[in-house]
Write a protein that binds this ligand. Structure first.
Ligand code: KG4
Ligand code: ZN
Length: 335
């Protein structure tokens, strides 16, 4: 079965072709980062309009890359939520219209399910069950994953998401949008032992997170230490976040007795986090799976894949057209 994936929940237009016989055949992403940069954040109306401009050329591009034509598609999967309503409507409207014209099913996919399953697109593939750390701009969750649609929430952030903490802290340090990757680069130039920031909830005894207090710590330090200390403060911040994320992953593995850890979502691109988890895995004898960087951030491949798994070879879907800007991952039914 050949599935076209359409991602448009935020500021990336992602298209991909997934083939259940041979795997991922092509994927392409257009990032709107440059367009939103001058406003310091995503402008929803501009995001929607840009998705409209990109989605057809990107479809042609991935079909060309895969050596396929529209008539070869068996289904279209699109991000139904959560995300920006207008941006979601572009992808949903396009996917449903294309599917109707081709007389094939269209299927709405949960964006976070896409992130959760994205490591299965890479080699080596983790077997079920595994622990997934989902760390994106909007979410920080630890899930137990027993199969497609079989997700149990173990813990989550009580305030800011990890990516949001990176982005807001970057802003405090005067870095340009999007802050997360810029902050990570600045941190690499700094010394992480100079300032020891708090490790919120590291020893709270549960698997929840809290990151909003770190902003205050960074603000106080920047006022006190000035411009010259920026890289060291960034390094101190990153070390604190990495410590907490790694600590909670270890606790989740211990609590469930599982030996496989999967990292998904944009913050999974963070090099310090990757290095730390690899070191912990080598020390404690569990396996850690990182999707390649291009599959960590928003993309159409994860949507095509999740759609293919959900369809499971079915050639019809309910065809209802709806987007769900707010949508709880734990409410999904098994496939
Ligand atoms: O999953 P994603 O692409 O979009 C959603 O939020 O769904 O994640 C984006 C988040 C942003 O907050 C961004 O700052 C963060 O991931 N991010 C990073 C890095 N690359 C992206 N955070 C820390 N270090 C990075 N290298
Ligand atoms: Zn995402």
């Amino acid at each position: 079965m050949i599935v076209l994936g359409v991602e448009s929940s935020c500021d990336e237009t992602g298209l991909a072709v997934y083939d259940t016989d041979v795997g991922l055949r092509a994927h392409a992403v257009h990032s709107q980062v440059g367009m939103h940069a001058e406003y310091g954040g995503v402008v929803p109306e501009l995001a929607s309009r840009d998705h409209i401009r990109r989605v057809i050329p990107l479809t042609r591009q991935v079909l060309r890359m895969a050596g396929l034509e529209l008539a070869d598609l068996d289904a279209v999967a699109y991000t139904q939520g959560p995300g920006l309503a207008g941006a979601l409507l572009v992808g949903a409207g396009y996917a449903c219209a294309l599917a109707a014209a081709l007389e094939i099913p269209a299927l709405g996919v949960h964006h976070l399910e896409g992130h959760l399953l994205s490591p299965l697109l890479a080699q080596p593939r983790p077997d079920f069950p595994f622990i997934a750390l989902l760390v994106s701009g909007g979410h920080t969750q630890l899930m137990r994953v027993d199969g497609v649609g079989r997700y149990a929430l173990l813990g989550e952030t009580v305030d800011d998401a990890a990516g949001e903490a990176f982005d807001k802290t970057a802003q405090l340090l005067g870095l340009d949008y999007p802050g997360g990757p810029a902050l990570a680069r600045l941190a690499e130039a700094g010394e992480d032992g100079r300032f020891r920031l708090p490790r919120p909830m590291l020893h709270s005894g549960d698997l929840d997170f809290s990151f909003s207090g770190l902003k205050t710590a960074v603000l106080t330090l920047t006022k006190k230490e000035g411009e010259e200390a920026r890289a060291d403060i960034a390094a101190g911040f990153q070390a604190a976040v990495v410590d907490v994320l790694a600590g909670k992953c270890l606790a989740a593995l211990a609590q469930t007795g599982l030996r496989r850890l999967v990292i998904a979502g944009g913050v999974g691109a963070n090099r310090a986090l990757r290095a730390r988890l690899d070191a912990e895995a080598a020390r404690a004898g569990f396996s850690v799976f990182h999707p390649p960087l291009e599959l960590c951030t928003d993309n159409g491949a994860m949507i095509a894949y999740a759609g293919a798994m959900r369809l499971g070879g079915r050639t019809s879907a309910d065809g209802r057209f709806a987007v769900r800007p707010r949508w709880d991952l734990a409410s999904l039914e098994p496939a």
